[in-house]
Design a protein around this ligand. Structure first.
Ligand SMILES: *Cc1c(COP(=O)(O)O)cnc(C)c1O
Length: 716
């Protein structure tokens, strides 16, 4: 336990420094600010926002910055606000109670699980994530904290994070990067006994790259972030932790070497000896080299050392999309890890482990291939994705039948306390009892939903939708100004959206396989839906990868309709999708769309976030939805694979619009004398009752514990 607390004192000192500039009564807030636990405890966000709402937004909802920058006047006002101080005190009590809980069994605290990932979506104020992978990792850490599971997380401290997005007047995406000042983040540099920042080094491309370690806190889970931007590194080496998934392939490989090798070295430097290393996606795969090197240093023969490393490693693959399963030329990989590979004998042996056909010297090195070969367990992230991955990678086990390919699945889940909106949370607290959050994976918890009166459920839905409408009006106005749209479009933004209109959301990376283009596949039909007597409004958002011209073009295509009737008022494309925006969208939308081309969606998680808020899903039977949909809890598009993409798109677009026109819209507006849409509300109950327990992070973590982490070291 001592080990996992490394960096705690440093965090405490930073909090004490910050408390020094606050009125005494607010000192506890400085401690609260340095642990992200506040962001999923009821009332946490409100406490900070109520100090200075405008500044809270300008600070990107970063509580450390807020307290550093708030005016003396705002702080004095807060210090005199009895109600606010009471809320602070109850947060402090809740946090202290959380810390007093004993660690969960199964994993010994002195041998924690080490979770390695290239990105973490903990909160929008910590910009070290790009999308679904990061959001999932952040949710897993929060759930591990809630369950008091001994787990430590390791990642990279990117100084510029992921790109920010702006669209121009034609709908073309522009990218820009904003520097993060780690001194202003809720994190502290880990120091050694002599008070200097602790350093680890990793041999990368012939030089010893140094990294310092930032300690962040996600409840009980420490998050250690390696940072190569230190003076002793050369310019290019300092760039290693500049941007998430930096474009240059050699630098990208250097990032992966730092994450994997450096991650394991950082844990050793912190005195943490993990029982198991979880590679969350293949980026961290080089961790096994360091695990093996340590065995060799202790005297083990190379082959035994590699096997020992394998027995301590588990791997989760997150996508069947080719670009997500990165490969690199042999020379680039060898050039990056040369020194380390040298300690493990013939580098060619390692290169073979990264090839689908080991003997084919021309084949590039695959991070996923290497991870699959070098882990004792591998899993996809939904039942269907497990099957897709077995098919995809069966060649690695040519002697085995397809069903015997050793890739299983743990379906993703989302951390419900992070995603539920306040009105819905209050409703659930009232009817299910406040413990629903801790017992969310138990189906019995959700039975009480049947007793929630329609009027209350509908009131919570309306309140959440109204909050989204207000957000859309404000943001779309600003976005359209930034796009340099003509005045009429900007004014339309102020009239945009109505809190009583069916609200449909689609927001995610605009990768081609996500098929946002189905929405305008038949423009006349889309415009007819918008012009219909029963109104609908669409909120869209999402970033295309900077080099994905096709993804950018699809969004731009949609902008061609911006002057068509009703579009300016009833359709918005919001810039710069992030965790904060995602939270607002999934809380407010009545219908959440996901239209991937099967079988490319590994899981998808945003639809799960909609569920806990009473949103309904209309989704392709791919990823999680293929195991979630039961005819009563949402709507579905067919999930079959069709090599004729054009024909499939035409068919699916027609099915989508038929479902919207004939089922979704009529059900939403089918009101009784009391003004309530009873059948819609029944569907919401079916959705929450069947999906919340199955697709919450509690169920996911339990699966990881029982099926992936727990088996002893001898099971392969
Ligand atoms: C949840 C989330 C995602 C993942 O959504 P998908 O449904 O998997 O596309 C991506 N980005 C953000 C910001 C999220 O919150």
């Amino acid at each position: 336990m001592i080990a996992a607390m490394r960096g705690d004192q440093e965090l405490g000192r930073r909090a004490a420094d910050l408390a020094g500039r606050l009125p005494d009564a607010l000192a506890p807030l400085a401690r609260i600010a340095y642990n992200y636990r506040w962001c999923w405890y009821p009332g946490g966000t409100d406490v900070f926002r109520s100090i200075d709402e405008g500044r809270w937004e300008r600070c990107g909802e970063n509580p450390v910055r807020l307290l550093q920058e708030a005016s003396g006047e705002a702080l004095a006002r807060a210090a005199a606000d009895r109600a606010l101080l009471d809320r602070v005190a109850s947060l402090e009590d809740a946090f202290a109670a959380d810390l007093r809980r004993p660690p969960a069994g199964l994993v010994a605290p002195e041998r924690p699980i080490a979770f390695l990932c290239a990105e973490y979506g903990v909160h929008q104020s910590l910009p070290i994530y790009s999308g679904g992978l990061g959001a999932l990792a952040g949710d897993l850490l929060k759930e591990a904290s809630d369950r008091a599971l001994p787990l430590v997380a390791v990642g990279l401290m990117y100084r510029q994070g992921y790109f920010r997005q702006r669209l121009d007047v034609s709908g073309w995406q522009q990218e820009y990067w904003i520097d993060t000042d780690p001194e202003r983040l809720p994190a502290a540099l880990v120091r050694s006994e002599d008070g200097r920042a602790l350093r680890i080094t990793v041999p990368i491309r012939g030089s010893e790259v140094s990294a310092q370690i930032w300690r962040g806190a996600v409840g009980r889970v420490p998050l250690f972030l390696l940072d190569a931007d230190v003076p002793e590194n050369g310019r290019l080496d300092r760039w290693i932790t500049s941007q998430l998934y930096v474009a240059d392939p050699v630098t990208r490989l250097s990032q992966y070497a730092l994450l994997g090798v450096g991650g394991v070295r950082a844990l050793a430097a912190l005195g943490i000896e993990p029982a198991l290393v979880h590679l969350n996606e293949g980026h961290a795969a080089f961790a096994v080299l360091e695990l093996a090197r340590a065995e060799v240093a202790r005297g083990a023969p190379v082959e035994a050392a590699l096997e020992a490393a394998r027995q301590r490693t588990v791997f989760t693959t997150h996508t069947p999309v080719a670009a997500g399963n990165e490969t690199y030329p042999r020379e680039d990989v060898i050039g990056t890890i040369e020194d380390l590979a040298g300690e493990l004998g013939d580098p060619e042996v390692l290169m073979r482990l990264g090839r689908y056909h080991p003997e084919d010297g021309q084949e590039p090195f695959g991070m996923t291939t290497f991870s699959l070969r070098m882990s004792r367990s591998a899993n996809g992230v939904s039942r269907r994705h497990g099957a897709v991955a077995r098919e995809m990678w069966r060649g690695l086990w040519p002697e085995r039948a397809l069903e015997a390919v050793p890739i299983t699945h743990v379906t993703n889940g989302v951390h419900l306390p992070s995603w539920v909106g306040a009105p819905m949370r209050r409703l659930l607290d009232r009817h299910l009892g406040e413990d629903w959050r801790r017992q969310a994976s138990d189906v019995a918890t959700w039975e009480a939903l049947d007793r929630v009166p329609d009027s209350e459920l509908w009131a919570a839905r309306r309140e959440q939708r109204a909050e989204l409408v207000e957000f859309v009006q404000e943001r779309s106005g600003i976005d359209r100004l930034a796009e340099r749209q003509p005045r009429a479009g900007i004014e339309a933004a102020a009239r945009a959206f109505d809190p009583d209109v069916l609200t449909i959301g689609f927001a995610r990376r605009t990768a081609t396989y996500k098929r946002i283009g189905l929405l305008t596949h038949d423009p006349a039909r889309t415009l007819a839906l918008l012009a219909g007597p029963q109104r609908v409004q669409f909120v869209l958002a999402g970033k295309a990868h900077p080099s994905d011209e096709e993804g950018k073009r699809v969004v731009q295509e949609m902008f061609r309709f911006k002057d068509a009737p009703n579009v300016a008022e009833d359709v918005v494309y919001l810039h710069d999708y992030d965790l904060g925006m995602a939270a607002r969208l999934v809380r407010g939308c009545d219908l959440w769309l996901n239209l991937p081309r099967p079988p490319m969606e590994a899981s998808g998680t945003s639809g799960m976030k909609a569920v806990i808020n009473g949103g309904l899903n209309l989704s392709t039977l791919d990823g999680w939805w293929a195991e979630a949909y039961d005819q009563t809890n949402g709507w579905a598009l067919p999930g079959e694979v069709d090599p004729d993409h054009a024909a499939q798109d035409a068919r699916d677009a027609a099915t989508l619009f038929r479902t919207l026109e004939q089922e979704v819209v009529p059900a939403f507006y089918d009101r009784d004398a009391d003004g309530l849409p009873h059948s819609w509300l029944d569907r919401i109950r079916a959705s929450m009752r069947t999906l919340a327990p199955a697709f919450c992070a509690g169920r996911m973590l339990e699966d990881y514990l029982q099926r992936i982490y727990a088996p002893t070291e001898t099971s392969a």
